[in-house]
Ligand binder design. Structure first.
Ligand code: UD1
Length: 348
């Protein structure tokens, strides 16, 4: 019988891509989302891509213990992938209580319910933000985490630690929790079908949605934050990973958990490409591959930005048997195809 995966936050950008890849790999999926930061576009897209009309969807808030408990009562869950969280750095600085409550309580509920239902495999969606401004690049999973500069980043570090502690405490019990934290670098792009992609509410914080919205005319001009960094072209370096590649890393990690191939009860993997790309290079590649000119200007640095970060991907490549495959050009073409799809579908 197919293993069943609960995807919390499964209607969102990364969650929807992961749901597609899980289904295509033969998993049964249950999606839970409170739709606080997205609508049903992503989930409808998942159904279209996979041709599955019957994927169970629950509009619930994981901060409500009884709702999470109901999911585990109605379904025999073999693994949970927990995406349901807020993710805007600036907003978290302004609204720390909202961030701590939402991101911590929802994860605590998932873990507690999983434990009370006899244990489970839990994959936590973490971030390269835990490394801060690392001194040595690329970062490995052993690179020390640095104190976070935002409540958002704090919640990622705290949830990693909570998972580690719960794994340890349950390891010799009859309700074992196994855990994997995937530290994402910069997920970008969209599914090749252009039926799902990133759909930020309001003005995008992240680079690629700002680029595509500028290209389509929704925004006047892209501001490139800083061209005076000590990098080759003066702009920041990041490790941009295609969202479908990222989604496949989740399938590899879930399979490792449900097939009992973990080497420790709690494991951490960097999910990136290992390739640093500057903001300027990314903008130029977007223009070139999509054959257009983007309106942009250089402005001051954005407070809180790190100059450079990219992943050492050896551990994920070797242990998960996974590797990022799409080129930046392919990914940027997919991001543009998605923006154009949105413009045509009246969803913009
Ligand atoms: C950001 C968060 C990170 C979070 C991730 C989630 C910060 C400091 N970091 O990563 O904690 O996990 O989003 O998606 O907010 N840029 C521009 N113009 C723009 C937008 C971005 O030049 O309009 C530049 C940034 O300065 C940065 C790069 O593009 O160098 C990528 O920015 P972004 O997409 O926001 O991701 P991060 O800042 O790396």
């Amino acid at each position: 019988m197919a293993k069943k995966v609960l995807v919390s936050g499964g209607a969102g950008y990364i969650g929807s891509h992961v749901t597609v890849e899980l289904i295509e790999a033969g998993y049964d999926v249950v999606v839970a989302d409170n739709l606080s930061n997205c609508d049903m576009t992503g989930f409808e897209g998942v159904k279209k891509i996979t041709g599955r009309e019957e994927i169970p969807f629950y509009q619930i808030d994981c901060c409500d213990y009884a709702s999470v408990d109901m999911l585990f009562t109605e379904h025999k869950i073999d693994a949970v992938i927990h995406f349901a969280a807020f993710k805007a750095v600036g907003e978290s600085v302004a609204e720390p209580l909202m961030y701590y409550r939402n991101n911590l309580v929802s994860f605590l509920n998932i873990l507690e319910v999983a434990k009370n239902h006899g244990g489970c495999n839990v994959l936590f969606s973490s971030s390269a933000t835990v490394y801060g401004e690392a001194e040595v690049l690329p970062v490995t999973e052993q690179t020390p985490r640095l104190p976070s500069t935002s409540p958002y980043g704090n919640t990622k570090q705290m949830c990693e630690d909570i998972l580690r502690d719960v794994v340890f405490a349950t390891s010799s019990s009859d309700a074992v929790i196994n855990g994997i934290a995937l530290r994402y670098f910069n997920p970008i792009g969209a599914h090749p079908s252009a039926l799902i992609g990133e759909l930020p509410r309001g003005v995008p914080n992240n680079l690629v949605p700002f680029i595509t919205q500028t290209a389509i005319g929704k925004r006047e001009c892209l501001s490139i934050f800083g061209n005076d960094y000590p990098t080759e072209d003066g702009t920041c370096l990041r490790d941009y990973i295609d969202v479908v590649d990222l989604a496949k890393a989740h399938v590899a990690a879930v399979s490792r958990m449900v097939e009992g191939r973990m080497k420790k009860g709690y494991e951490i993997f960097n999910v990136g490409t290992g390739r640093p790309v500057s903001v300027y290079e990314l903008v130029s590649a977007f223009e070139k591959v999509n054959n257009l000119r983007l309106n942009y200007r250089f402005v001051d640095r954005r407070p809180g930005d790190v100059m450079a970060i990219w992943a050492d991907t050896k551990l994920a490549n070797e242990e998960l048997g996974w590797k990022a495959e799409r080129t930046v050009e392919e990914t940027l073409a997919s991001a543009w195809a998605w923006e154009k799809y949105l413009a045509g579908s009246g969803n913009n």
